[in-house]
Design a protein around this ligand. Sequence first.
Ligand SMILES: NC(=O)c1ccc[n+]([C@@H]2O[C@H](COP(=O)([O-])OP(=O)(O)OC[C@H]3O[C@@H](n4cnc5c(N)ncnc54)[C@H](OP(=O)(O)O)[C@@H]3O)[C@@H](O)[C@H]2O)c1
Length: 341
Amino acid sequence: MTRSGRADYGRDMHAITTREPGGPEVLEWTEVPDPEPGPGEVLLDVAATAVNRADLLQRQGFYPPPPGASEVIGLECSGTVAALGEGVTGWRVGDEVCALLAGGGYAERVAVPAAQLLPVPAGVDLVTAASLPEVACTVWSNVVMLAGLGKGDVLLVHGGSGGVGTHAIQVGRALGATVAVTAGSAERLARCRELGADIAINYREQDFVEEVRGATGGHGADVVLDNMGAKYLARNVDVLATDGHLVVIGMQGGRKAELDLGKLLPKRGSVSAVGLRGRPVDGPNGKAEIVADVRARLWPLIESGTVRPVVHEVLPVRRAGDAHRALDAGGVFGKLVLRVR
Ligand SMILES: NC(=O)c1ccc[n+]([C@@H]2O[C@H](COP(=O)([O-])OP(=O)(O)OC[C@H]3O[C@@H](n4cnc5c(N)ncnc54)[C@H](OP(=O)(O)O)[C@@H]3O)[C@@H](O)[C@H]2O)c1
């Protein structure tokens, strides 16, 4: 049973689908059945979605959706509430929102648990809002809720030029931390500095352990947000400050490496490897808890303009293949958004 004010609800929609795992050319805009909002879910008319690195893996068949999630690629979107599933309160048909998704964003409509909705922040337009849920929930849950970054701490963000990185720099700065970043060129590092990075390290030319230690009087990093995994594990342990927390969220540099506990133990260091997509909605550390904290504590920073969305380009969703090529090629600074309607 759904409550909808729309006459066209229940017809088929269009979505980006993949006829088989492969390169960007397998992405096609095709007709698929309309999703049905289940109990506790809402149906959204999607205005825009955004590209995540995980989407490239899913397209290639390496990152299947969690059980029960849409097969359609897309971990976030913005749009308008089109129908309410049973038991949904607090949202109305017509509300403009953005949402954290387990899948289904590259489509005209998506069903999503109401607990994963966020209002479009004041001062951000509906299309741009699609760039926020994944980076906001990833950065806030790991850097703040898990690692407890605070005023005066040192935050090291690897890949400061990416979608997650550009957001993490601003959040770190807003919380009063000293922010160090790695990125792949002087031009990209200059843009990271404009966003608030204090220490800018070219990972192609410089050793981030030396640079962070040198710039912090030997202290190191209280929190490291890492996208590289295996390749950086040993050096991330080296750069950790006493009581520091390394949070690995990506494995761009591989998944297996040796961890030297003899270096970690005297520092009382913590290492976490953390995923967002596969978490349950409810319960401790679930998506509902993260989204609620993001709304309560991070959204005001976005509404005040302290933390801004960083959008590299907006493309029509039919050009999702071009967007995937661009992300793969490097050179994207911040997020790529796909306009759906
Ligand atoms: N665990 C989770 O829940 C979760 C959630 C969201 C994202 N992620 C992961 O987090 C990572 C970042 O996501 P994203 O959306 O920001 O991706 P993105 O926009 O594609 O950014 C990737 C970044 O990686 C950087 N990079 C490449 N080689 C590097 C190296 N050797 N050292 C340091 N940085 C390097 C790039 O820097 P240059 O372009 O300057 O070279 C770029 O900034 C991805 O691995 C993604 O899968 C995980």
